[in-house]
Design a protein around this ligand. Structure first.
Ligand code: MN
Length: 227
């Protein structure tokens, strides 16, 4: 006899796949710094390698939804990012094989309570309250990858129709293939993992009522409102 759950198990978090079906999300990994100009605007050292952090799976927000303005912050910021969706797990993946592990691509925004993140960072404390809060991971549908991982393509984000971030995937310090390879040396990857690959410069604050539009060339457009 199988044991029954004593409370209802949480629902599986999923993201729609363009063309049909649902992609179940296991973990959300994020790259901490991967564009030179963004590292400079954050006051970091561009010679240091990128690093990884996580958001909780249920931080996902579907395309077109409204994101509640979170508490505890006076500096709620946007970071537009290409997202890789892992379809085949592995560890110590070679960069040349990385594309075989990626099911598809999406456009995401790594929402950040910048003032909270900076205060935690300056105290040497974990970043969770600044990065891993509820509704901090808007994402589009996932578009199945049909060729190699992209190495170029425009990336931009607009707030109320005004361009705030504008970059190109060719500015990535670590390529998408290198990110998959490096992350898989730290954590074994599994189908369902998402990787937010870092943001170009131009990050800035959002206010209640703002309309946000994010774009990655050849992938999709992400739209959401701040509640
Ligand atoms: Mn980010």
């Amino acid at each position: 006899m199988t044991e029954a759950y004593v409370i209802a198990p949480p629902p599986v978090v999923s993201v729609p796949v363009a063309g049909g079906g649902l992609f179940p999300v296991r973990r959300i990994y994020c790259v901490g710094r991967n564009y030179v100009e963004h590292i400079k605007e954050m006051g970091g050292d561009v010679r240091l390698p990128p690093f990884f952090f996580q958001k909780p799976t249920d931080a996902i927000v579907q395309n077109g939804a409204t994101v509640p303005y979170p508490g505890l912050t006076k500096d709620f910021q946007h970071e537009i990012e290409l997202v890789l969706a892992i379809g085949k797990g592995g560890k110590d993946i070679a960069p040349e094989k990385a594309h075989e592990h990626v099911f598809g691509l999406a456009v995401g925004v790594d929402l950040t309570r910048r003032d909270v993140q900076t205060a935690l960072r300056d105290k040497g404390r974990p970043w969770e309250a600044g990065k891993a809060f509820d509704a901090s991971a808007p994402i589009t549908a996932i578009h199945p990858l049909t060729g190699p991982l992209p190495t170029q393509g425009a990336v931009w984000l607009k707030v109320n129709g005004q361009t705030k971030q504008s970059g190109d995937l060719e500015q990535l310090i670590w390529s998408n293939a290198e990110i998959v390879a490096q992350l898989s040396t730290l954590f074994e990857l599994f189908p369902g993992d998402l990787i937010y690959t870092g943001t170009p410069s131009g990050v800035g604050p959002l206010q209640p009522g703002d309309a946000v539009e994010g774009f990655v060339e050849g992938v999709d457009t992400l739209s959401f409102k701040i509640g």
